[in-house]
Design a protein around this ligand. Structure first.
Ligand code: CAA
Length: 387
């Protein structure tokens, strides 16, 4: 039985900060960002946008095409959770009127949890073909102002319908994984922003890739040459280039510049202008490959490297299915990106400092133009509205 991604759609916020604006504010050469880390823009979430509203925007386009009453589980991956107890998935379940006969859970391990949710959903469908699972990966990447990470912020959510006979990607069994208890990036419970040892985190990422690859290769027998397209976790696009070079060296592969470009570049277009979206970023990269590849991808093998700081990593693969082009939501992705509004640095700071959500009661100013927004906090309860 084939199991995998039947539909995929991503959402981001209505606003962005250009790294040109950022560079002139900080008096830094813009090429440090456009060339050095390979980023142009960062999606910025206003205070009335959070992972629940982003996820609802991403999932709505899928639920418009399938019977929502058939969804049997929601697996919500995020490291920007909105409540220490109640899962973000339960808020989403309510906003989208999903059936009561449904299991909902939130998964966390930094940027890795989306891949974990996808693997778990696949296993559930393999054990019961009636399962139709909504996998969500949604995050808002937020670092301290004036920290090294500030230029690598962003936000986004990906929704994937995982079922049997998938029309986009059949996941292949066997994967390589790797865990190490390290402190390269973390966010203690009392903090809204992440702490990071930037250079160290890039080293741990690449080291984890080598270990996960070795395990993948041993488990599946698949080699570098068996893979047509490579999707990596993308905190910034230059990181994926470093990863691909590392894998080429590790596998002693011969790859021309044109092949390198073909294997990697389609999967980077959205991430370059959305920024980091932590758990969603690997799958926004996959959407980018699907939407921008010039060649027909049918029967092509795509690999996925998921890296979550702290750290857990996994390398796995899937094969693109014959009908994939007929179910892509490219127009929706591109329209969202096009309609984003540019922020000045002062406007970005205004969103950044936002409203104090720790108050017992507050009403949030309306900036989020999407179908779902966080409207208020009432007696410490989050009040979402759909419109
Ligand atoms: N023109 C062209 N290139 C330039 C340049 C210029 N004017 N100025 C600098 N550069 C280049 C540098 O040579 C460097 O390139 P290399 O990495 O190839 O050497 C690159 O631009 C970045 O410059 P710096 O190293 O000086 O930049 P920095 O000290 O400000 O920090 C960073 C870079 C550590 C990645 C920082 O952005 C950061 O901390 N980011 C957050 C952490 C992160 O994303 N880590 C990734 C791995 S962890 C992960 O993946 C999980 C996750 O999502 C967080």
């Amino acid at each position: 039985m084939k199991v995998g991604i039947d539909l995929i759609h991503f959402a981001t916020s209505d606003y962005f900060l250009g790294l040109d604006t950022f560079a002139s504010q900080k008096n830094i050469d813009v090429e440090k960002f456009t060339i050095g880390i390979g980023q142009e823009k960062m999606s910025i979430a206003p205070p009335d946008e959070d992972v629940v509203t982003l996820a609802a925007k991403a999932a709505k386009a899928i639920l418009d095409q399938v019977d929502p009453q058939k969804i049997t589980a929601v697996l919500f991956a995020t490291e920007s959770g909105v409540d220490q107890s109640k899962s973000a998935g339960a808020f989403l379940h309510g906003l989208l009127n999903l059936p009561k006969r449904c299991r909902v859970i939130e998964l966390k391990h930094a940027c890795y949890a989306g891949a974990a949710a996808l693997q778990m959903a696949t296993a559930l469908v393999k054990s019961n073909v009636k399962e139709k699972i909504l996998v969500i990966a949604a995050d808002i990447a937020k670092y301290d102002v004036d920290s090294s990470g500030e230029a690598t912020q962003g936000c986004g959510a990906v929704a994937m319908l995982v079922k049997d006979s998938p029309r986009i990607l059949a996941l292949e069994s066997g994967s390589g994984y790797y865990t190490d208890d390290v402190m390269d990036f973390w966010r203690p419970n009392h903090r809204e922003t992440a702490l990071v040892d930037g250079k160290y985190s890039t080293m741990v990422y690449l080291n984890s890739l080598k270990h996960a690859w070795t395990h993948f290769n041993e488990e599946t027998g698949r080699t570098f040459q068996d893979i047509d397209y490579f999707c990596y976790h993308i905190p910034f696009t230059k990181m994926a280039e470093k990863a691909h070079k590392t894998l080429i060296k590790k596998t002693k592969s011969e790859v021309s510049d044109a092949q390198f470009e073909e294997q990697l570049s389609y999967g980077q277009s959205y991430n370059r202008i959305v920024g980091n979206s932590y758990s969603a970023s690997l799958f926004i990269g996959f959407c980018s490959l699907l939407d921008f590849a010039k060649q027909n991808l049918v029967n092509k093998r795509v690999s996925f490297f998921s890296y979550g700081s702290g750290c857990v990593a996994e390398f796995f693969s899937g094969v693109i299915q014959p009908e994939y082009q007929s179910v892509l939501m490219t127009a929706s992705h591109q329209q969202q990106i096009l309609q984003r509004q540019a922020l000045s640095y002062a406007e970005y700071l205004n969103f950044y400092h936002g409203s104090d959500l720790s108050q017992e009661n507050c009403i949030l100013p309306e900036h989020n133009r999407g179908s779902f927004r966080l409207a208020a906090i009432e007696e410490h309860k989050r009040i979402y509205i759909a419109r």
